[in-house]
Design a protein around this ligand. Structure first.
Ligand SMILES: *Cc1c(COP(=O)(O)O)cnc(C)c1O
Length: 354
C-alpha cells in the first residue's frame, strides 16, 4: 500500500527543548489509516498534525475498544536516527488487536509508516543526552453506534512527541508500595495487551500511592493477590541470592515488555541466571528482610531501567541495596541505552536506521 504524504504549510514553533517533560508536545505531522469492514485497511497517509473529528457515538468513547504502543526514535552522536525493535512493537499491537477484536495491521507497513513519519519530522528529534522522540501508535473503534459489539470501522494513528531524559539527575531509585487492594488485570482479562482500560483500572491505586509519597505501585495477581506481576506500567526484576527473578508471562495478566525481553537476553548473554517464574510476595518480603534481595528494578521504554530503592508492604518498609542503584541495574541501563543511542555495538540486531 502506498503512503500518501501531505506536508504542513505552517510548521509549529518548537517548544523549549530544555524543558520538554514527557508527552507534552507533538510534532508537525501524524500518520492515519482507516479500516472499513469488507475493504480492509485503506488510505494510509501522513498529514499535518491536527485534532481528529470524532462522532460522539464513536464506540471507543463508550466501550473502550482501543489499543496502543510506545517506542522511541533516538538521535545518535554521528547524526543517525535509530528505532529500537519496532517490529516487536507492531507484532505486539496485533496481539492486543486479537484480544480486543480489532483487525490486525500489516507489521511491515506500520514500520515503514513509522520511519517515513519520523523522517519527515526529524527536526523535532531532541539531541541532548538522554532525550528522544516518543512514538505513540494507536487504533480505536470509530463506528457511531451505542450498541455492544466489535466496531466495523477503525482509525490507526501514529503521533510523535519529543521528550526529556527520564532522569534529570541520573538514575534515582524509587519508592514502591505493594498494592493489595486494587488489581490492574486478571487471568482471562486484558493484562497482556496494551489497552487504555488497563490504565484506567490502575489510576486509583497510583493516586493513593502518590499521596503517600510513593512513585508507583507493585501489582499483585488479581486472583490470589499473592504473586508479583508488574510495577506501575513496567515489568519488574529482582536479584535474589545472585539470581535474577522476573514474573513469568503465563498468567496472561502481564504485559510482555520489549525492554523486559531485552534485559533477559542481555543477562543471559552475560552468564547471569534468570528465572521466569511465579514470585510470591511473601518470598520477596522474606528476601527483603534477610538481605538476600540484592537489587530490584522496573523495565520499560520510557525509563528503560528504573531502580527500586524501597518497598512498602502491610505498613512495613524495606530498603533495597541501601536505597542505591545496584551494579546489575546500572549495567543493564548503560548497555541498553548504549545500543539505543548507537554508542554500543548492536550484536542482537535490535536497532534499525530511519
Ligand atoms: C508498555 C508496558 C510495559 C513495558 O513494555 P516495553 O515494551 O518494555 O515498553 C510494561 N507493562 C505495561 C503494563 C505496559 O503497558
Amino acid at each position: 500500500m502506498e503512503i500518501k504524504i501531505v506536508q504542513t504549510t505552517s510548521p509549529k514553533k518548537k517548544p523549549d527543548y530544555s524543558n520538554l517533560g514527557f508527552g507534552n508536545y507533538f510534532t508537525d505531522h501524524m500518520f492515519l489509516m482507516n479500516y472499513t469492514e469488507g475493504r480492509g485497511w485503506h488510505d494510509a497517509r501522513i498529514v499535518p498534525y491536527a485534532p481528529l473529528e470524532i462522532d460522539p457515538a464513536a464506540m471507543v468513547l463508550h466501550y473502550a475498544q482501543e489499543i496502543f504502543e510506545g517506542l522511541k526514535a533516538y538521535h545518535t552522536a554521528d547524526g543517525r536516527t535509530l528505532l529500537f525493535r519496532p517490529w516487536d512493537n507492531y507484532e505486539r499491537l496485533n496481539i492486543s488487536a486479537e484480544r480486543l477484536c480489532i483487525p490486525p495491521i500489516d507489521v511491515e507497513l506500520a514500520v515503514t509508516a513509522t520511519k517515513k513519519l519520523v523522517e519527515l519530522d526529524k527536526s523535532w528529534i531532541p539531541t541532548a543526552p538522554g532525550t528522544s522522540l516518543y512514538i505513540r501508535p494507536f487504533i480505536f473503534a470509530t463506528d457511531p453506534h451505542v450498541g455492544v459489539h466489535a466496531s466495523h470501522t477503525y482509525l490507526f494513528v501514529i503521533i510523535l512527541s519529543p521528550v526529556s531524559a527520564y532522569y534529570a539527575s541520573g538514575l534515582n531509585p524509587v519508592s514502591i508500595m505493594i498494592e493489595n487492594h486494587d488489581v490492574r488485570a486478571v487471568r482471562g482479562g486484558m493484562g497482556y495487551t496494551k489497552t487504555g482500560g488497563n490504565y484506567a483500572a490502575s489510576l486509583r491505586a497510583g493516586e493513593r500511592a502518590a499521596k503517600e509519597g510513593f512513585s508507583q505501585v507493585l501489582w499483585l495477581d488479581g486472583v490470589e493477590r499473592r504473586y508479583i506481576e508488574e510495577v506501575g506500567a513496567m515489568n519488574v526484576f529482582f536479584k535474589i541470592n545472585g539470581k535474577v527473578v522476573t514474573p513469568s508471562l503465563d498468567s496472561g495478566s502481564i504485559l510482555s515488555g520489549i525492554t523486559r525481553r531485552s534485559c533477559i537476553a542481555l543477562l543471559k548473554d552475560w552468564g547471569v541466571e534468570v528465572e521466569e517464574r511465579l514470585l510470591p510476595v511473601d518470598e520477596l518480603i522474606e528476601a527483603a528482610s534477610n538481605g538476600s534481595l540484592e537489587e530490584a528494578w522496573g523495565s520499560g521504554t520510557a525509563a528503560v531501567i528504573s531502580p527500586i530503592g524501597l518497598l512498602a508492604y502491610d505498613g512495613e518498609r524495606y530498603t533495597i541495596n541501601k536505597g542505591e542503584i545496584g551494579p546489575l541495574s546500572q549495567r543493564l541501563y548503560d548497555q541498553l541505552t548504549g545500543i539505543q543511542w548507537g554508542r554500543e555495538p548492536d550484536k542482537f540486531g535490535w536497532v534499525t536506521e530511519v
